[in-house]
Each structure stands twice: as C-alpha cells, then as structure tokens.
Design a protein. Structure first.
Length: 163
C-alpha cells in the first residue's frame, strides 16, 4: 500500500472513533524492515513537555527500528478563528511528505465530516518531517533497553505489531 493509502486507512479509524463519541489519541503507524507498528501517544494537551517527550520517544523508536515511513493521525483544534476540530494525518517517507485534514462539524445527532483536504507539505510543522531517521543514528545498549521497556507490551507507549 502507498503512504496515502495508509493515511486514508488511519483517518477512517479516527472517524469511527469520533462517531463513537470517543477521543482520538494521536496514533503513529510506523513502517520498519521488521513490519508495521502502531504506537499511541497519550499526553495532556495542557502540558507541552509531555508532547515534546512523546515526540522525542517516537523519534528514537523510529531510529531504533530503522523506520522507513510513518503516518501520524490525530484530532486537532483549528484555532479560535475557525472554532472547529479536525482530523489530521501526516505521512512521511524518504520520498514523500503528505498531509491531509478533515474538518469535523458537530451536529445534534452525530458528527459530520467535511471533504478531505490534502495540504501542501509546507503548511505542516517542519518538526514532523525531521522525525523520520536520516542516515545512521547511534543507539546505545542502555537506550535500547529503555526503549524496549517504554514501547514493550506493559510499557507506557506499547508498540503494537501490525504486520
């Protein structure tokens, strides 16, 4: 499947979560030579240090697993001017940078989703494009042990094998 196909699949899952009335937890589908992994990164939006830590850990996980691409799917607030929530998918590989946004309109009966908007890559924070490992990254034995604990089955961000 292509990066865009992975993004569309992840957005479909996020839409079902919103339709069920649940919160969309930022989800990372990470493709590696070992197969695909899903990592959920729960953090308190009011604590930016938690977001920064989650991004750092996901980036180190991608280096450890030699990731070749990722798709991040999250629910986002478009700000006071738009006063609207949306689903966002960001996909990155060594050959592509894609981003898509789908606005959510809350109605009395159920959420309604606008048409998917494909965004220009330069509208997305540069930080996302730098998360995919570039070149050889040194990871120490101690760091591998720590990453295995964090992303292990009982860790704070379990990495679920998808394939």
């Amino acid at each position: 499947m292509s990066l865009a196909d992975f993004m569309l699949d992840q957005l479909a899952i996020a839409r079902r979560i919103v339709e069920d009335g649940d919160e969309v937890v930022p989800a990372w589908r990470i493709e590696t030579p070992e197969g695909a992994f899903l990592v959920l990164t729960r953090f308190d939006e009011d604590k930016p240090e938690q977001r920064e830590r989650a991004l750092l850990l996901v980036s180190r996980f991608m280096s450890w697993k030699m990731a070749t691409s990722f798709v991040l799917t999250a629910e986002t607030w478009l700000g006071p001017m738009a006063a609207q929530e949306a689903l966002l998918a960001v996909g990155a590989s060594y050959h592509q940078r894609l981003a898509a946004l789908q606005r959510i309109n809350q109605t009395e009966t159920a959420p309604r989703f606008d048409t998917l908007e494909w965004l220009e890559a330069d509208l997305v924070e540069d930080m996302f494009w730098s998360l995919l490992p570039a070149g050889m990254k040194e990871i120490t034995v101690e760091e591998i042990t720590e990453l295995a604990r964090i992303f292990g089955e009982d860790g704070e961000m379990p990495a679920q094998r998808l394939s």
